[in-house]
Ligand binder design. Structure first.
Ligand code: PBG
Length: 325
């Protein structure tokens, strides 16, 4: 029996009723705010394609981290820019790099924040690829050793979680082994497990100055057409020791998030990436959309698809808006 017995509109009649039966409740509790650390002091340069996002020196990173913690966003993820790039991205593991110094400064300030670091070589290499190059090819096995060194340097500086984003095979195992050998058995790994080769990273590459100088990333990042392959990537990363796995980008890959969530029992993350942010900002600046409603709807969609951890440049705004509603 259906209408007139069943009237789904009964539960949509008032805000209180809608609240009561809401299936997905967006909160700031699962959000991670990305930041870009650069060398120097008192540096704060806005990324032109990402309004509200800055390249900042460690002293400024601490100030923004304080704001993030005060808003109730529990975590930050740090990306780094080096003083100088070279063929092997050697500054990625420097104990005095911008990321390592930023972590130390956040720890010194005793902020109540989970500090996560992105582990990759592309910001540090002169060619902009996520691994080392020989004869125009990105080599896998020599690259994972360097990534493990970078991860260890972040953990030594005080990181709580390391997040490899390079998409080399076996990097989670290499990092786990390296951390364990150095007695960091309790430091978690958030793996960018299903990371697609995507045009949605465009503005990030301006922020991180990491555009590949030749070719593209298709020989290591995933083909956007594949979802079964994502399940295989996630399974491998979990076997290798990943504690949290992530799908990236988020909005164009909600089906991947949902499939991963259904299949695996580790926490699932999603990265609401730079172009997802820039598109919203551009349209909002033109007065074409209602930014707050659009962003909260996007957050709801990503969480409804199954991600409980969301990396997003909107994190501070979301926390502010949720406080005031
Ligand atoms: C580094 C890395 C990238 C992003 C996160 N880590 C860029 C890339 O793979 O080219 C993208 C994040 C964003 O677009 O916001 N490998």
């Amino acid at each position: 029996m259906t209408f007139p017995i069943h009237r789904p509109r009964r539960l949509r009649r008032t805000e209180a009723l809608r609240d009561l039966v809401r299936e997905t409740r967006v909160s700031a509790a699962g959000l991670i705010y990305p930041m870009f650390a650069c060398p120097g002091n008192k540096v704060r340069v806005e990324v032109s394609s990402m309004p509200g996002v800055f390249q900042q020196s460690p002293d400024q990173i601490v100030e923004e981290s304080r704001e993030v913690a005060d808003l109730g966003v529990p975590a930050v993820i740090l990306f780094g820019l080096p003083e100088k790039k070279d063929e092997t991205g050697s500054e990625a593991a420097s104990p005095t790099g911008a990321v390592q110094r930023s972590i130390e400064a956040i720890r010194k300030a005793k902020l109540n924040l989970v500090v996560i670091t992105d582990v990759c070589l592309c910001e540090y290499t002169s060619h902009g690829h996520c691994g080392v190059i020989k004869d125009g090819e990105v080599l896998n096995d020599p690259s994972i050793a360097l990534l493990a060194d970078a991860a260890l340097s972040h953990v030594r500086a005080g990181a709580d979680i390391v997040a490899p984003s390079d998409m080399m095979d076996g990097r989670v195992a290499a990092i786990r082994e390296k951390l364990d050998a150095n007695k960091f058995t309790d430091i978690a790994i958030l793996a960018y497990a299903a990371k697609y080769s995507s045009a949605f990273y465009g503005p990030f590459r301006e922020a991180a100055q990491s555009t590949p100088q030749f070719g593209d990333r298709r020989s290591y990042q995933m083909d956007s057409a594949n979802v079964r392959e994502a399940l295989r990537e996630v399974a491998l990363d979990i076997e290798e020791g990943a504690d949290i796995i992530m799908v990236k980008p988020a909005l164009p890959y909600l089906d991947v998030i949902a499939s991963v969530r259904e299949r695996f029992d580790v926490p699932v993350g999603a990265y609401n990436v730079s172009a997802e942010y820039s598109m919203v900002k551009a349209a909002a600046r033109n007065g074409w959309i209602d930014e707050q409603r659009i962003v909260l709807e996007i957050m709801t969609s990503i969480q409804r698809a199954g991600a409980s951890v969301v990396l997003t440049y909107h994190a501070k705004d979301v926390a502010r808006w949720l406080k005031s509603c």
